[in-house]
Design a binder for this molecule. Structure first.
Ligand SMILES: [Zn+2]
Length: 159
């Protein structure tokens, strides 16, 4: 499957730095690493790529605040705000959704799974879930099914 990276117009930073930010966010949210103590390094790396550190730092702080709020107030409104700040911070959709699911459903009760591949809602490789009447499917399975459909129908209709 092709690797996607979050993207926005303001800051085109390298995939390596995006990966670094994603890993840092996981460390802060899941292992309680102190974000402030990491800012010195983050600033250095971002500025080395002529990125806008102040904006990134603000967005990340707002995102962390939102994630803390989510621990006590599991609302769609907060999730939407978190998603917005995560997008601006080059966080992968799968990563932020996995983190939000771990926070709002920490015991994994009735953890949602893809009915096709079995990936769960904590799996950061899943970028999108589509719910049906009797099951849920992840983006990777949708893409695979789409390719198979095209191949078979194109072959049948000789398109
Ligand atoms: Zn799947």
């Amino acid at each position: 499957m092709q690797e996607r990276t979050a993207n926005n117009k303001q800051s085109r930073i390298s995939p390596e730095l995006q990966e670094y930010i994603n890993e840092l966010v996981k460390e802060v949210v899941l292992n309680g690493k102190d974000f402030n103590s990491q800012k010195k390094w983050l600033k250095k790396y971002v500025e080395a790529e002529n990125g806008d550190f102040d904006t990134l730092s603000e967005n990340l702080n707002s995102m962390f605040e939102g994630l803390n709020e989510l621990r006590v107030n599991n609302s769609e409104h907060i999730k939407n705000a978190i998603e917005k700040y995560a997008k601006e911070s080059n966080i992968k959709r799968g990563v932020i959704y996995s983190l939000m699911n771990k926070i709002s459903n920490p015991n994994g009760e009735n953890e949602e799974k893809c009915s096709f591949c079995g990936r769960g809602c904590y799996n950061e490789d899943v970028e999108l879930w589509i719910k049906g009447v009797d099951g849920t499917i992840c983006n990777a399975c949708i893409e695979q099914a789409h390719r198979i459909t095209e191949e078979i129908l194109n072959d049948y209709y000789e398109r």
